[in-house]
Design a protein around this ligand. Structure first.
Ligand code: CP
Length: 316
């Protein structure tokens, strides 16, 4: 398999073997990129000197944006980033499509794009003549997040085969959940979901998504947490809801990971969250300090996985 010159817009285009190859590259890079191995790191940078990565973020981001930049800098690449609020011509009415076309016309070596729901961009990005990495698109896909989440679990267990992963919260609006369904099940894990009924994908509206991946829907966290080898909380994405109001305390009590519910998780279970966390909504404030949390390890692995993808696409 070669990612050389290829785009990654959705994990659905990757086989389990290709995901394993990305993880092997990430294993190699996580050693080489550490400052403790300056010789390997400087060789790596020398090999990749020159290519330019353009990052276009039409939606807010902390982790994905900064870790793509960090990964690129660690590899010795040049990086240009444009954000929604950074004085671009979007404020003069230029469309996202025209912005992407103009960036592509500057001929970067890789384009990284995050955007909300846009059929125009869904259709344009695969047709560009430069490799594109999807940094999160609408509610549909967040391939690098799905890969880094699975990589984090693989670091813990060696293999995901027959492991049980619970994803709970606002699954309906989560591109992270969709990419995780795809990657985790390809690697042999079982996936369960829990959330308010109105925030779970229905078979009708999602084209059979839950059935396609064999996802198990739980009726309560009390049932789901003892089942899980790992659980992943998801933020309520109010920006994608019609009603923008939420009673945080009520939501936490009914659907969130409280201190009491933490006791239902096994001692060796893993707690994940893609971020950003709304403390006191999907997670009680104490959850982040629980020894089973790997939330910051996910962020570290985000740099490694994105570095692996950039290096593979650029042919290192
Ligand atoms: N997980 C994630 O995509 O976080 P950001 O929105 O901060 O990039």
């Amino acid at each position: 398999m070669s990612l050389l010159g290829r785009s990654l817009l959705d994990t659905r285009t990757l086989s389990a073997e290709e995901i394993d190859e990305i993880f092997l590259k990430a294993d190699l890079l996580s050693r080489a990129l550490r400052l403790s191995t300056p010789k390997e790191a400087s060789e790596l940078r020398a090999n990749l000197k020159g290519p330019v990565v353009c990052c276009l973020f039409f939606e807010p981001s902390t982790r994905t944006r900064m870790s793509f930049q960090m990964a690129a800098y660690r590899l010795g690449l040049q990086v240009l980033t444009m954000e929604l609020s950074a004085g671009s011509s979007l404020s003069k009415g230029e469309t996202m499509t025209d912005t992407v076309l103009n960036f592509a016309a500057m001929k970067p070596d890789v384009l990284v794009v995050r955007y909300g729901t846009s059929r125009e961009l869904d259709s344009l990005l695969p047709r560009l003549d430069i490799p594109v990495l999807n940094a999160g698109s609408g509610t549909m896909a967040h391939p690098t997040q799905g890969l880094l989440d699975a990589y984090t679990l693989r670091q813990e267990w060696g293999s995901l085969r027959a492991k049980r992963i619970l994803i709970f919260g606002d699954v309906l609006h989560s591109r992270v959940a969709r990419s995780n369904f795809d990657v985790l099940t390809k690697l042999g894990a079982e996936v369960g979901v829990f959330g308010p009924e109105s925030l779970l994908p229905s078979e009708r509206s999602e084209g059979g998504l839950m059935g396609e991946y064999g996802i198990r829907a739980f009726k309560s966290l009390e049932d789901a947490l003892p089942w899980a080898d790992a659980c992943m909380g998801l933020r309520v994405q109010l920006e994608r809801h019609e009603t923008k109001e939420l009673d945080a305390a009520d939501y936490l009590a009914r659907f969130g990971l409280t201190v009491k519910r933490l006791k239902l998780l096994r001692d060796d279970a893993i707690i994940l969250h893609p971020g950003p966390i709304n403390h006191g909504v999907e997670f009680a404030p104490e959850v982040i300090d629980d020894p089973r949390s790997r939330v910051l390890q996910q962020v570290t692995n985000g740099v490694t996985i994105r570095a692996a993808l950039l290096a593979m696409i650029l042919g290192h």
